[in-house]
Design a protein around this ligand. Structure first.
Ligand code: IPE
Ligand code: IPE
Ligand code: MG
Length: 254
């Protein structure tokens, strides 16, 4: 009998054997979406929550194991106080409203970034959500909050120095273990909405060999179909990792 994933893949023209394990998304364009409607930027952020819900659902339907969402960057602290406050409140409200349902569906909530910089009520709510979902195994939903890759790398270097590492003991594995994504496989696919073609200090180390999918869709308009389209685009790429492909389009063994 065909599984639900196989049926969905068939309907979507996807190969169930090549669904990425980890998808990372830069959710961008909320402000422009709101401006197009003559509304405040915060209105755009509020509608962005729907797109988060659709993306989590689509990822789960395809069996994606890790979904990382760039929700607030280190650089976003420079936005007007009212917008930052509204974003933090939106995060808390959404967590309160959604966590039960997400938890029941098998979502494990995790965070990366300088979470200690967030307001106390956000930290408390996040901690509680992480605690209540920690045993879930269907999908890890990783929120990047007050996150930037350069911040993360500086943290890692500090930890290495404080732990007394010698130069020749520092390997790729050691560095990987000291990043906030420790234990999480690198994303195979990174999606950015809103037509911007940059990574804005997001997962610089972890995206070393990811495929990038850029779409002009603004984040609040990003639905399940947009997610499936990104996966289809990913499956049309030839991933060579610096090597050569054999006749079956697999990376040739040495
Ligand atoms: C993304 O949308 C959400 C966050 C960065 C928090 P933006 O707020 O960056 O929207 P634009 O890019 O101004 O349209
Ligand atoms: C990146 O979007 C950060 C998040 C989506 C959280 P920005 O809108 O902040 O990035 P820039 O300013 O366009 O690079
Ligand atoms: Mg933006």
């Amino acid at each position: 009998m065909r599984t639900e994933i196989q049926q969905l893949c068939e309907a979507q023209g996807l190969d169930p054997g090549r669904i990425p394990d980890h998808v990372a998304i830069i959710m961008d364009g909320n402000g422009r979406w709101a401006r197009e409607r003559g509304e405040s930027r915060v209105f755009g952020h509020m509608h962005g929550v729907d797109a988060v819900r659709f993306s989590v659902e689509a990822a789960m339907e395809l069996g994606v194991r890790y979904l990382t969402l760039y929700a607030f960057s280190t650089e976003n602290w420079s936005r007007p106080k009212e917008e930052v406050e509204a974003l933090m409140n939106l995060l808390v409200d959404t967590l309160v409203q959604e966590i039960k349902e997400l938890g029941a569906k098998g979502v494990r909530l995790r965070t990366i970034g300088d979470v200690a910089a967030l307001p106390k009520n956000c930290q408390d709510q996040l901690q509680e959500a992480e605690k209540t979902t920690e045993n879930n195994e269907t999908i890890d939903l990783i929120l990047a909050l007050s996150y930037s890759s350069k911040w993360e790398m500086v943290q890692a270097i500090k930890m290495l120095i404080e732990s007394g590492y010698k130069g020749d003991e520092v390997t790729e594995e050691v560095v990987t273990k000291h990043l906030s994504t420790e234990g999480i496989p690198d994303p195979e696919l990174m999606i950015r909405t809103s037509g911007e073609h940059r990574i804005s200090n997001f997962l610089l180390w972890q995206l070393a060999y990811a495929e990038f999918h850029f779409t002009s869709t603004l984040w609040p308009d990003f639905g399940k179909e947009s997610f499936f389209t990104a996966i289809r685009d990913f499956q049309n790429r030839e991933r060579r990792f610096g090597g050569l492909l054999d006749t079956n389009h697999n990376v040739a063994a040495q």
